[in-house]
Each structure stands twice: as C-alpha cells, then as structure tokens.
Design a protein around this ligand. Structure first.
Ligand code: COA
Length: 244
C-alpha cells in the first residue's frame, strides 16, 4: 500500500507512504488516489494529504517516467488524478514536511489549503529532467503565487525553502514537524464546525471560471437560502443574542 488511509468521521487523512522512495508518486499511488477520490465524491469529507518519513513527495516516480511514451503523456496520468483531487467537493489540505518536488508539488497545488514545516523544500525541477511540469503547475501555480513568481520558479526549476514558500503565500503557515498534523486537524475542525453544504458551495464558486461569476454564486446561494440548516443556524445565532 503506497497510500495509508485513515477515516475519521468528517475527514480522511491520506498519507503517501513509500518512504524508501521518498514517497515518489508511481502508478500504484495514482490508482490509490483515484480510489480515494471515488470514496470522497460519494461521501464528501475534508481530506488531509500528507507524507511519511519527513517527506511529502519527491515527485513523480522517475523510474516509471523514464519509460513513459508520448501516448502516456497525452493520457495525463498524474494530471487527471490531481484534477480530480482539486475538484473534490470538500476542502483538501496538504500538510507538507521536507521535499514536495515535481509531481509532489503539483499534488499540493491541487489542494485548497497548504501548510508546511521549516524543512519544506518545494519546487518543480522537471525541466532539468528533460520534461515539463504538466500535472497542473503551469496553470495552478500562477493562480496561487502570481504569474511572475510562477514563471521564475518553473523556468529556473529552482526549489523554494520554507520561509520563501511562506513569503510567497504558497503555504499559509509553518509548524514544527511534530505539530504539522495537529495543525491540519485544527483546520479540519474549523471546517467541520461550519455547514458542509455551504462549504461545498463556497469551494465550487472558488473553482468556477471567471466567466461564470457572479451567476454561479447567486444560484448556489439560492440553494443555501432554501436550506433548513441556514434557518437553523441563523435562528440559533439570534436566539443566543436574545438570551444575553
Ligand atoms: N522517483 C523515483 N525514485 C525516487 C524519486 C523520484 N522522484 N526521488 C527519490 N527517489 C528514490 C531514489 O532513487 C532512492 O532510491 P534507491 O534507494 O533505490 O537508490 C531513494 O528514493 C532515496 O533517494 P535519495 O536521493 O537517496 O534521498 P535523499 O534524501 O538523499 O534525497 C531528494 C532526496 C528528493 C533530494 C532526491 O531523491 C531527489 O532529488 N529526487 C528526485 C527529485 C525530482 O527531480 N523530482 C521531480 C520528478 S518529476
């Protein structure tokens, strides 16, 4: 098993677990991520993605990549799995220690929220290996850090350390390694306190292409305005105030 799955009620923790290969993402890992997505699409829960052995993921598996053909490239093997993760109904949190390189970084770019440790080293060295980052980095990284910084990172293939990743907003916060998962759980706790449908609709609006705004949030909000949970939560707020 290259991905360990821990189900905890409102959330799932998925740990990339191939430490002897620095959690390099191979076909077995991609298959496991698709299975995980199928489960989270059917039963939406927050996903925490992390890695074992002090590493997030040192990239796609170079031994497999070396043998891949142009047809394989067109199949977008990693890209489609990461896209599916990006489109999951509930939020995805990437909790990264150590290396998050190449496909590992792109997996993290697919998350909604990224946090790291001071040991984080993140970047896309693909051009040094004679390929390009084609699993989301060229469109997702500019959305996260802006075009100038994304271009600099992808065109040089250099790696950011944790402080620079924080300064760029590529990660929201840094935590000591032994507190990283607790920090991710705290974020998941905050999400869990909110209405899941409101969270899912917010994520859908965040993901929607610019041309769909503002119509999409009006439709999504209309659905929420009709939900009993909206009425219940607002009544609770107002009654609490009235009792003061
Ligand atoms: N694909 C396949 N195997 C990988 C890998 C990858 N992306 N990254 C690491 N490994 C393997 C190594 O080949 C080595 O295997 P071995 O023990 O059978 O020889 C094992 O993981 C440990 O790697 P090693 O380089 O000894 O660990 P390290 O801690 O000294 O260095 C890295 C870690 C991440 C700096 C280094 O492994 C590395 O540069 N990896 C490739 C990064 C990369 O270019 N990723 C982009 C791919 S698109």
């Amino acid at each position: 098993m290259t991905v360990q799955i821990e189900e905890r009620g409102d959330r799932v923790v998925a740990t990339l677990d191939r430490p002897e290969k620095r959690n390099a993402i191979d076909q077995e890992t991609i298959d496991a991520l698709h299975d995980l997505c199928a489960s989270l699409e059917a039963d939406p829960r927050t996903l925490i993605l992390t890695g074992s052995g002090g590493v997030f993921a040192a990239g796609a598996d170079i031994a497999e990549l070396r043998e891949r053909t142009p047809d394989d490239a067109r199949r977008g093997i990693n890209a489609l799995a990461f896209l599916r993760i990006r489109e999951l109904p509930m939020p995805v949190i990437a909790a990264m220690d150590g290396y998050a390189l190449g496909g590992g970084a792109e997996l993290a770019y697919a998350a909604d929220i990224r946090i790291g440790t001071p040991a984080l080293r993140i970047g896309n060295p693909e051009t040094g290996l004679g390929i390009m980052a084609a699993a989301g980095a060229t469109w997702r990284l500019p959305e996260i850090v802006g075009e100038a910084r994304a271009s600099e990172l992808l065109l040089t293939g250099r790696t950011l350390d944790a402080d620079e990743a924080l300064a760029w907003g590529l990660v929201s916060t840094l935590h000591p390694a032994d507190e990283l998962l607790d920090a991710a759980q705290t974020i998941a706790d905050r999400i869990a306190a909110n209405d899941p449908l409101a969270t899912q609709h917010t994520k859908r609006a965040l993901r929607a292409p610019r041309a769909e705004h503002p119509a999409i949030e009006f439709d999504l909000q209309a659905e929420l305005f009709a939900s009993p949970e909206k009425h219940r939560r607002m009544t609770e707020f107002l009654e609490k105030r009235a009792r003061r």
